[in-house]
Design a protein around this ligand. Structure first.
Ligand code: XMP
Length: 323
């Protein structure tokens, strides 16, 4: 796609000019298409003066940190470094059940961890001048509308930048692009298809999908259910028909029967939506045999879940995420 290749080359030139011959850039990479594309561009522009960091907040998908590290290092040639902050995040989330409070704690802790990483770069390289963010055009619009007088709906944690004390200037190469354009750019840059087509994943991760208190144990239960869901969407060849799919662990237990015994375990809800812009969304009309496979596998394979529901709410009035 020549338009996207031009866009990439133009951006690379621009970055080299802005960052200068000695500047250093730090960037958070989650493994999603936006941060991956942004990182590949930055890596092409300034190589080792770009420092890519994956923050493991203990609320990532199953084996996510390992997979993302491998993919970015081996396929994209990016020297991604993982900061394991799982204990720090989960410690701070202990006892917290209110959704906005969870989001604020996660956002604040992320900044704390990022400051540590920026300080390390300053110590080693003598400077760290810029922060790379994979912000898209809809993120810019949404964060403006979310701050409107009608009160904030949710605190999105990757928009709006960092506190002034960090003294980093923002670089946002994708600020003018829509998601489909980022995907085309990803293809033009040679990023593999499963990565290019990955559904979005929120910054606070599974913490806003474990409703109620987030504990290591509950995150692990949800990771297993989520993993089965995504596997089966690929198996049934519908992953790309859906804009976003995930499981939610409810703070509710229900009675079930397993063999001869009574069970009293967690309820899990599956959320699959179709949308173009995430401002409105419809529930995905999932084939019954796929529903059955997902439900049977989750209940049989995930210890701690004995009931699966399917979320049939549209946005609005519901939102995509439950918190
Ligand atoms: P809602 O729940 O607001 O979600 O309908 C719309 C889209 O935004 C994603 N989302 C987030 N993404 N940081 C992110 O990077 C966040 O804090 C966040 N909260 C929601 C959500 O997954 C959906 O794609």
């Amino acid at each position: 796609n020549w338009v996207m290749t031009d866009y990439a080359n133009e951006f690379i030139e621009q970055v080299r000019e802005t960052v200068g011959p000695d500047g250093h850039v730090i960037g958070a990479v989650s493994g999603g298409v936006d941060s991956t594309v942004a990182a590949v561009l930055m890596n092409k522009a300034i190589g080792h003066r770009f420092h890519a960091v994956l923050v493991d907040n203990g609320c990532l998908r199953k084996d996510e940190a390992t997979k993302v590290l491998k993919r970015l290092r081996e396929d994209c040639g990016i020297d991604l470094h993982c900061h394991d902050a799982a204990d720090l995040f989960l410690g701070k989330l202990k006892g917290i059940t209110e959704p906005e409070q969870k989001r604020k704690i996660i956002g604040g802790t992320f900044i704390e961890v990022f400051q540590i990483e920026a300080d390390k770069i300053i110590k080693d390289a003598g400077r760290c001048d810029f922060l790379l963010q994979g912000t898209l055009y809809p993120d810019v619009i949404e964060s403006i509308s979310y701050k409107g007088p009608s009160a904030c709906i949710k605190t999105h944690h990757n928009v709006g930048g960092l506190p002034a004390s960090m003294k980093l200037k923002l670089i946002e190469p994708l600020r003018e692009l829509f998601k489909d354009e980022v995907r085309s750019l990803g293809m033009a840059l040679g990023i593999d298809e499963p990565s290019v087509w990955r559904h979005p994943f929120p910054g606070p991760g599974l913490a806003i999908r474990v409703l109620g208190e987030v504990t290591d144990e509950r995150v692990k239960i949800l990771q297993e259910a989520d993993d089965i869901l995504i596997q089966e969407l690929w198996n049934f060849n519908v992953y790309r028909d859906i804009a976003q799919a995930f499981a939610v662990l409810l703070p509710v237990k229900s009675v079930g029967v397993m063999g001869d015994g009574r069970t009293y375990e967690n309820v899990c809800s599956i959320r699959c939506v179709t949308t173009t812009d995430f401002m409105t969304a419809e529930f995905y009309r999932m084939p019954y045999d796929l529903m059955e496979t997902i439900s049977n596998r989750i209940i049989n394979e995930v210890r701690g879940i004995n009931r699966v529901c399917y979320d049939i709410s549209s946005k609005p009035p519901a939102t995509v995420e439950w918190e």
